[in-house]
Design a protein around this ligand. Structure first.
Ligand code: 5GP
Length: 191
């Protein structure tokens, strides 16, 4: 069992609606030593890649992405949730359905911060249905940049996102993959 799996078993809470709550170490209170370890693990998994920039999505990916940016010694950019539906010409944008809130968010990245031919590492806390990742991949493609890899802390393997993203041919590295979890028994099974 790796360090993320151990921490999920110790402090994760299986909630209703296929949601794993990790508020005590990743999503609300944050264990910075754990975030450092996560960044080191991504660095070792993508060690053969030239990474120019880390990209994530507001808000829970930001802390993870910061640590990764420090580890890779590159800038970090996060896609912002935008209230305005008007798409200004100076941003890349994508529509992302929020898994936890069931709302559609319009996310944007300024054209200033992703340039053509940059090599991008996308990171996020969770992978469920893959909407967030597909939005981020679309933004990288709009910029004519390249997705060099994708790092996820917790993939819920019983949802379709992992399959969809791997079928697109990306190197997707998930530190923990949950194959099953039960909100009644609280049991969690890892791949
Ligand atoms: P997807 O877009 O892959 O369906 O969902 C990924 C996004 O939804 C992540 O950015 C994450 O913030 C949120 N998310 C999905 N599943 C969970 C979950 O079980 N627990 C928590 N805390 N967030 C989740």
């Amino acid at each position: 069992m790796n360090f993320i799996e151990e921490r999920i078993l110790k402090d994760g809470i299986v909630a209703k609606g296929n949601v794993l709550k990790v508020d005590s170490f990743l999503n609300h209170q944050m264990d910075i030593s754990l975030l450092e370890e996560i960044a080191k693990e991504f660095k070792s998994r993508f060690n053969d890649k030239k990474i120019d920039k880390i990209l994530t999505i507001e808000s829970s990916g930001i802390a993870i992405a910061c640590m990764c940016a420090k580890e890779f010694n590159v800038p970090m950019v996060f896609a912002k949730k935008s209230k305005s539906i008007n798409i200004e010409g100076d941003v890349y944008s994508a529509e992302v359905e929020s898994f936890t809130h069931k709302t559609i968010n319009h996310v944007i990245v300024s054209k200033k911060f992703i340039k053509a031919h940059e090599n991008i590492l996308i990171v996020d806390d969770f992978l469920a249905n893959g909407c967030a990742l597909q939005g981020l991949i679309s933004i990288v493609q709009q910029a004519d940049a390249k997705v060099e890899g994708i790092g996820i802390v917790i993939e819920k393997g019983f949802q379709d996102g992992g399959k969809i993203i791997r079928n697109l041919g990306y190197q997707l590295e998930s530190l923990a993959i949950i194959d099953d979890m039960n909100d009644l028994t609280k049991e969690i099974k890892f791949r």
